[in-house]
Structures are given as C-alpha cells and as structure tokens.
Design a protein around this ligand. Structure first.
Ligand code: DGJ
Length: 543
C-alpha cells in the first residue's frame, strides 16, 4: 500500500515535471503528418496576426493608440519591427528600452510578438542601418551597379557588414532570451525584410566580381545533385539547358544572363541571412524566417523587381545556402493568392504570410490559408490603419478562427481541415472528406440570395474540419454547402442536425438549432454573405 502510494506520488511529480518542461520549451516548429505546426507554451499555435506599418512602433506613445485596435480585431499576434538604427545608434552602445516596453505592453494586452529585424536590408535598401554605418563606406561597403555607381545598399560580400549586423542581432537575441524566455511573448523572428538586389540583377562591387569569377560552391552543386528530382522546375530547366554541369563558375554552370546573376546573388544573400540566423539561434533558438517581395512575371531581375530574394524560382538556392532559415515567406500584394501559396508549399514547406494587402479579401484568404494550406499564420500589413477595427471582416473571421484553433490543430496533417475561397469567377469547390463529398458554393449562386444579381461578388470563404465519422464544423461567411456519399450513388445523404454556436473554453455552446429555411428544409448548410458563423453539421445516410 505504502509502496503503491509512494510510486503514485512519484509518477504525479514526474508527470508535472514533464508538463512543466513541455510548457517551458521555447516556441518551435514541429511536424504533424504533412503539416508543420508552431508550438507555443507546449501547444500548437495558429498566428492570427497583423503587421504594423513601418514607423508605427518607433515610440511607445504611438503604440498606445494601436493596442486597442489590435484587440478589437481579435489578433493573437502582432508583427513589429525592431530597428537597428534605434537599438545601436552609437556603435556598441545598445538600448533595448523600446523593445522592452513593446514586449511588456504586448504581454499586458495578451498578444504574442513576431519581431522583424530591420537591419542590413529593408525592401532591398539599407535605410535602417545606423548612422555610423552609413557614414563609413570604407569600412561598410555598398553594392555597385553595372555603371560602378554605389547605392544605399550594403553589399553582402563584406565580412564587416555581416559582422556588424550579426553582432547587433546577437545582442537583440540575448536581450529577448533574458527578458522573455519565461513568458515567451516573442514567438518568431523575421530576419531582414524583403531582401533583394536593385537596380541591377547582381552586385558589381569588386568583392562581388571576385566571387562571381570563382567556381560555384561545391555545397550548392551537392544540393542540386542530391535533390535533382525535387528541384523546382524553373531552376532545373536553367541547369538542364546548360547540360547539368557539375563544375565550373556561375556562368559556366548556369549560362550567361541576368538569371545567372540572380542565382549568384541569391546564394550570397541566403548565406548572409543564414549566418545571422545561426548566430542568433545559438543564443536563443526561436523559429526564424525570411520574407520576399514577389516578382511580377516577365520582368527582369534588378530592373523589374528586387533580384535574388527568397522567391519561388530561387527557393532551392535559398534552401541550399540557408539550412538554418526555417522557411521562406511570401508578402502577397498580388491577386493570385492560390498561385503564390502553391509555389511556396510545393516542396512541402510550411506557409506563413507575414504581409498581405489589408483589403476586403484578406479575411477570407486567412481562412483559406489556414484551412487549405495549414498555414502557420496570416498577417495583413498596416493592420493599425483601419478606423473601424470592430467592423473589420478580418476581426470577425479571426474571432471564428480563435475558437476553432484547437480543433484545427488537433486534426491537422490528416487532410481533415480544408478551406474554400470564392468570388464571381471561382464559385464552386468540391471537397472529399471521409465518406462524404461536399460541394461548396458562393452564397450568391443561390437564386434567392440578396446579392445574386449583383455585378460584383464579394470574396467569401470557409473552413471545414472533420471531427468524427459524420461530424464536421464549417465556419466562415458567404457559402452554401451540399453533400453526397463519396463512392456509392445509390446511398442518399441527409442532414441529421445543424447547430450554430461558439466554443467557450473548448466547450461547444449551441446558439441556434438550424433547420427549416436556414437549411433549405434539410437540403444544405448555409452561412449567408455578411454573416460570420460556426456551424456544427451531423450527416447520415439512407437508402
Ligand atoms: C512591403 C514591405 O515589406 C513593408 O515593410 C512595406 O514597405 C510594404 N511593402 C508597403 O506596401
């Protein structure tokens, strides 16, 4: 008896220690099935985020107007820059008071933080480098274009540039570790911002020219050989067109042209970012990523878009040079949301959208990103710019996603959450889940929907999560859903029950039992356009 009691106590103590260790582990990425989850305080965490405008977090006074807006839109995370010029305005003298205040106020507002390290590069430029860097071009050299003209862009080929940035980043990570390891308010770091070379496809600084003449590093060749079957086709084509050579300089292996200049720069940008990340992770290993300004098709790198950023056609180069970079993230300001998201996830990498235009499509794209791609999170840019945060569709959708996050995460990696996204051109999606086939349509496809004859159809979307053989949660706005048995046409499918409700501390609370007109007398599930709701659906089959 005594022994039994003692061993029970021992087990309970052990269990508590285990739980404690798990909760104290710092934020990390973890695979679940075919998905990657961000784990915060021991649990999967989906970032319902927004990124602040560039100058909004430069004083704590200005932040006082912003926190309430973020809360009103139901964000759980805010992406905020840390400015190199403000933390190290004098060489080797660091001031983290603003960073400390931001972390403290984020905690008070129950918000997590993703810091953006605005240092060597912000949208290609080096505008956030402190004055002592800008004023000493001898020591901190800049890129040169093909006319030998310098620009306000630090060259990635200078060890001095790298070490100055890396040293400041190490200090930042030490500060975050000391101040935040227990609370874990800061959950990820973006290193630099939209890295990319302008106005030419490559740097013509003498250090760059020297590197350009050298052989392509063996490390890249090895990566290309080992991953030949899964290289992105755009990159494989370039290598193939030149005969799949395995030794030679950049132009010998990839041919002459701006495409080669871009590959060369991508390698060195990634190396630079990787060394900063490696050094930072040695101190405090939070997940760290880089983001990209997307390239418009058929434009030239350098003159038409920032060359060599972490772009889809260069993802192999970035991954080969940057093994410590956790993922590459797109800033999506173009309309083809699915196209860009498909490109970033085609090698099985996680999707995180640190910036999206804060327009009337963002809310629905957040649902789709999380439902369809299992995204780590979503964040419209300049999130504080709204004057009516409580009326923002994004806030309404985040309210649904916040309630659903535990069941989304629990079912991730097994194809059980899915998402749909509609407009007038894309108005129907068929989804198979378990033994059922769901036909989702835009709400305006219903003849009697008030907007059916409108010239413009607003974007709408939804997420579906399977929680049992016949049980599903569907949430979003502006969708209508019908059902059938996947592979037996002679079997009919009916609605057993639809409830509209909310989750409170993970308990499902029914607000309305939906039937009659709300389900078209048992024929469909509907969330009208302009409504935002979660509905629990139970199906059954009959002959
Ligand atoms: C993308 C950048 O990453 C942001 O910092 C900001 O400059 C926006 N563009 C402005 O549209």
């Amino acid at each position: 008896m005594n022994i039994l009691r003692k061993s029970t106590v021992f087990l309970i103590v052990l269990l508590n220690i285990q739980v404690g260790i798990c909760q104290n582990q710092i934020p990390r990425l973890q695979k679940k099935g075919n998905r990657t989850q961000l784990i915060v305080e021991g649990n999967p965490f989906i970032i319902l985020g927004g990124e602040l405008g560039n100058s909004s977090a430069t004083t704590i006074e200005n932040m006082h107007f912003i926190w309430p807006k973020l809360k009103a839109m139901n964000l759980n995370t805010v992406l905020i820059p840390v400015y190199w010029e403000l933390i190290e305005s004098e060489e080797a003298k660091f001031d983290f008071s603003l960073v400390e205040q931001i972390i403290t106020e984020a905690r008070n507002n129950k918000l997590k933080l993703v810091f953006l390290w605005f240092a060597s590069w912000k949208n290609s430029m080096s505008c956030y480098a402190p004055g002592w860097i800008k004023l000493n071009q001898e020591r901190f050299p800049r890129i040169k274009d093909d006319k030998n003209r310098s620009h306000e862009i630090l060259t990635p080929f200078s060890e001095n540039n790298l070490m100055a940035d890396l040293n400041a980043f190490e200090k930042l990570m030490s500060f975050i570790k000391d101040f935040d390891e227990t609370n874990q308010t800061v959950i990820m770091i973006q290193v630099e911002n939209e890295i990319g070379m302008l106005p030419t496809a490559r740097d013509y600084h003498p250090l760059a020219n020297e590197a350009f003449k050298k052989n392509v590093p063996g490390e890249l060749i090895k990566y290309m050989q080992q991953n030949r079957n899964k290289l992105v086709p755009e990159f494989l084509d370039i290598w193939g067109k030149n005969g799949f050579k395995t030794s030679g300089n950049w132009e010998e292996i990839f041919g002459k042209g701006t495409h080669t200049d871009e590959i060369f720069m991508a390698w060195y940008y990634s190396k630079y970012a990787n060394r900063i990340i490696e050094a930072g992770k040695k101190i405090y290993p939070l997940p760290m990523f880089v983001n990209a300004a997307l390239n418009r098709p058929n434009r030239e790198p350098g003159s038409g878009y920032p060359s060599a950023g972490p772009l889809p056609h260069l993802m192999d180069v970035w991954k080969a040079a940057g093994p410590s970079i956790d993922f590459l993230a797109p800033d999506i300001y173009f309309p083809a949301f699915k196209h860009w998201s498909d490109l970033y996830t085609r090698q099985g990498d996680p999707l995180f959208i640190p910036e999206h235009r804060f327009d009337n499509t963002a809310a629905y794209k957040s649902l789709y990103a999380i439902g369809h791609y299992g995204a780590l999170g979503f964040a419209p840019f300049s999130i504080e710019s709204t004057d009516e945060p409580e009326n923002e569709p994004l806030g309404k959708v985040y309210h649904l996603l916040a309630q659903l996050s535990p069941i989304i995460s629990a079912n991730q990696g097994q194809g059980k959450p899915e998402g749909v996204l509609f407009d007038k051109e894309n108005r129907e999606t068929i989804i198979q889940m378990g033994k059922y086939e769901f036909t989702f349509r835009h709400d305006y496809t219903l003849g009697w929907s008030p907007g059916a004859n409108a010239d413009e159809w607003p974007m709408t979307g939804a997420i579906i999560i399977q929680t049992g053989e016949d049980e599903f949660y569907i949430a979003g706005s502006g969708v209508v859903v019908t059902f059938k048995h996947t592979d037996d046409d002679s079997v009919n499918t009916g609605i057993l029950k639809v409830d509209e409700g909310r989750f409170e501390n993970n308990d499902w609370i029914i607000l309305r039992h939906l039937n009659g007109d709300q389900t078209h007398q048992g024929r469909h599930l509907r969330i009208p356009e302009g409504d935002y709701s979660i509905q629990r659906l139970k199906l059954y089959t009959y002959k």
